[in-house]
Design a protein around this ligand. Structure first.
Ligand SMILES: Cc1ncc(COP(=O)(O)O)c(C=O)c1O
Length: 405
């Protein structure tokens, strides 16, 4: 297999300098490059003040950094900055859509379509609003290769009852890449809005939101080498204008009277309370950093590592790999079941060797039910992952077999 021109950036990450650490859990949270750590620290050390409200220079500097990050992120993903909202994480972004848009627009008999690939954060908020509004949930399944059944989507859309199609862009379990622009086109033609969970896609694939054209697109900063505590929701302007706010409080108002309030325009309307200032600034720098490497180069690197991992894991006896066999059809992660050992035992043995993988249901219990298991093992890759680290994983799995077989 050709290795091509792979990236070599592990030295940018302080934590990866730990002796013997093989970090294969970036789908859970990515490690942070020094520039991101420095940006957060710089904000705290030199520019810390509450944003938007202060007129003194320190507050202006903090506001410039916070709003500059918003503009940078929006420009990078090709979506208007005014319709790019900072949230706490992807979970909060998806709850915002389900609660603010869903409560105002769903009623009895309406259908919300989800997929079997969803993370709980794109299921539970819809269950909550559907129960409140009397709406129904329906699921689109996957085929034997783990690819989304677009024929099932079309069947559901043909009923005329579908108001929302909510789908992940990249599955955090099977790695399946969903053709989201195609899903959006089909849903829009049937009069439904679309909500895309891009948590795994934004760090792994070149994403152009004007091409995806979803009504709402949510993602989370900490998986893009940024800080925890900041996520992003991109929304269609008309919908953001029409829908009520999610949370009420400071900053999201134009004026407040005894009984009622007038709300600020988007994005402030959806950013109640003191903002995640250093976190947003750090995420803006994370975007600079990945953009400097280039998302095409990141995808090429991770594709190489993923293809290599599929090949090497295919050599391990007793392993069932979930999801597409073709690396081109998946993101940078591989989940599997092993005949002789429970995923937690696998992760424990690997962990003792310094190899960090994830074991469990990955917050995707619907998918676990579809796969007929309660847990899988998952190795996920990043811009710093090497083929040698995949070899370390495979050697660790050989030890698991020696212990449990
Ligand atoms: C596909 C997917 N969606 C949503 C989330 C939730 O991200 P957060 O916990 O940062 O909101 C995750 C994180 O594991 C994920 O993998």
């Amino acid at each position: 297999m050709a290795t091509g021109a792979l990236l070599d950036v592990a030295t940018d990450f302080p934590v990866l300098q730990r002796e013997g650490l093989v970090y294969l859990d970036s789908a859970a949270t990515a490690q942070k490059p020094q520039v991101v750590i420095d940006a957060v620290r710089d904000l705290w050390e030199h520019h810390n003040a509450s944003v938007h409200r202060g007129v003194y220079p320190l507050a202006v500097e903090a506001t410039d950094r916070y709003e500059g990050a918003r503009r940078r992120i929006a420009q990078w993903l090709r979506w208007p900055a005014r319709d790019t909202i900072f949230t706490k994480n992807a979970t909060e972004a998806l709850n915002l859509v389900a609660q603010a848009w869903g409560r105002a627009n769903l009623s009895a008999g309406d259908v919300v379509v989800l997929t079997h690939l969803e993370h709980h954060s794109n299921i539970v908020p819809w269950q909550m609003v559907a129960a409140e509004r009397g709406a129904q949930l329906r699921y689109v399944g996957v085929d034997e290769d783990g690819l989304l059944r677009l024929d099932e989507l079309d069947e559901l859309l043909a009923t005329g009852d579908v108001k929302v199609v909510a789908t992940t862009h990249v599955s955090n379990v099977t790695g399946t890449i969903v053709p989201v622009a195609d899903v959006v086109r089909r849903a829009r033609a049937a009069g439904a809005i679309t909500v895309v969970d891009g948590s795994q896609a934004v760090p792994q694939l070149p994403v152009a939101l004007d091409e995806v054209d979803a009504d709402f697109y949510a993602w989370t900063g900490h998986k893009l080498y940024g800080p925890t505590g900041v996520g992003v929701l991109h929304g269609r302007h008309e919908l953001l204008q029409e829908m009520p706010p999610f949370l009420g409080g400071g900053h999201m108002i134009a004026s407040v009277d005894f009984e009622t309030s007038r709300y600020a325009d988007t994005p402030a309307k959806f950013e109640a309370g003191t903002s995640p200032i250093a976190e947003a600034a750090g995420l803006g720098v994370a975007v600079d950093w990945v953009d400097g490497l280039g998302m095409d180069a990141i995808r090429a690197h991770e594709l190489d590592v993923t293809a290599y991992a599929l090949e090497r894991l295919g050599e391990v006896d007793g392993l069932t790999i979930h999801g597409p066999r073709d690396a081109e059809q998946r993101g940078a992660l591989v989940s599997w079941s092993m005949d002789v050992a429970h995923p937690h035992d696998v992760a424990e043995v690997l962990g003792r060797r310094g190899v960090c993988i994830r074991a469990g249901h990955h917050c995707a219990q619907v998918l676990m039910r579809v796969l007929g298991t309660s847990a899988t093992s998952r190795a996920s890759f990043a811009v710093h992952t090497t083929r040698a680290e995949v070899d370390a994983l495979v050697e660790g799995l050989a030890e698991v077999r020696r212990i449990f077989a």
